[in-house]
Ligand binder design. Structure first.
Ligand code: 8IG
Length: 278
């Protein structure tokens, strides 16, 4: 299918036109006319889609309007359609996240979210790997995002678009996650622009502001999702203690190992939660 798609970087382009074009290509390439739920898989969550159900089709992101080839070759970069275990619903798994720090503009950052909405999704699950401020949250701890603090100094919305962000991270979906795992902690996620990690002073600042988690994604996507009418669930995987938290710096191989060890557990969690979302 060849279609003429306007350039997302052109200010006169309506980004929702590109999202609709992307959704049309996804429907064509996957043979799935409508996706019900979408997932964005962040650091540490790459394998977490495997338990969701049966993969129907995979499309390289670079072949879908508005999406970019992955910054790191062989690192994600595909859009996957998965038939959920109930046999009726389909999940769109976005394995290609564009981060703000890539410098491609905020439209690219939220294009996957807008495409998911255009593809029919009513629910969006945003996952990420992040730093934790609570020293009792060891690397490998999954945390539900209760709210966020956007420290990027930007917004994915353009013009006089005044969107209410009360209960952005839907209480209904957090309750479903708690049915699956009553012990899941909740926290406030602060999105920094990155790509550098925070200084200890910045982490302390974020803590005084009310943050429990620090990362480089998710908040801008959640804002775009709410604007597009999606119900949002956010789950973080704490892969490291944030800078200056805890007495000694964590060894990198310990962090990697904690993430690896968490893989099967967070995959199960994600599949069980998505299975219960109506
Ligand atoms: I993985 O400690 C991961 N991503 N900003 N800070 C920020 N992003 C992160 C961190 C962290 N760990």
């Amino acid at each position: 299918m060849t279609i003429d798609v306007p350039d997302l970087d052109d200010p006169s382009t309506d980004p929702f036109d590109v999202a609709r074009a992307a959704a049309a290509v996804i429907a064509d390439r996957t043979g799935v006319a409508r996706h019900d739920v979408a997932l964005v898989l962040g650091s540490g969550w790459g394998g977490a889609a495997d338990l969701l159900g049966e993969t129907v089709a995979e499309v390289p992101a670079a072949e879908v309007p508005g999406f970019l080839a992955p910054a790191v070759p062989g690192h994600g970069g595909t859009l996957r359609s998965v038939r959920l275990a109930d046999g009726a619903r389909h999940a769109l798994v976005l394995g290609a996240r564009t981060h703000l720090y890539e410098g491609r503009g905020v439209r690219r950052v939220v294009h996957g979210v807008r495409t998911a909405a255009a593809a029919g999704a009513r629910t969006l699950v945003l996952t990420n790997g992040c730093g934790g401020l609570d020293p009792s949250w060891r690397p490998g701890t999954a945390v539900l995002i209760r709210d966020h603090i956007n420290l990027t100094a930007t917004s994915p919305l353009e013009g006089a678009t005044f969107v209410d962000l009360t209960d952005l991270y839907a209480a209904r979906l957090r309750a479903i996650a708690h049915e699956v795992d009553p012990g899941l902690p909740e926290g406030v996620y602060a999105q920094f622009p990155g790509p550098h990690y925070e200084t200890p002073a910045e982490v302390a600042m974020a803590g005084r502001m009310g943050a429990d988690l620090v990362g480089m994604s998710t908040a801008l996507e959640a804002i775009a999702a709410r604007h597009a009418g999606l119900e949002v669930l956010g789950i973080s995987l704490v892969t490291n203690l944030a800078a200056g938290v805890g007495a000694e710096p964590l060894a990198h191989d310990e962090v990697i190992e904690a993430g690896r060890a968490a893989g099967p557990r967070i995959s199960r969690l994600l599949a069980d939660v998505v299975g219960r979302i109506g």
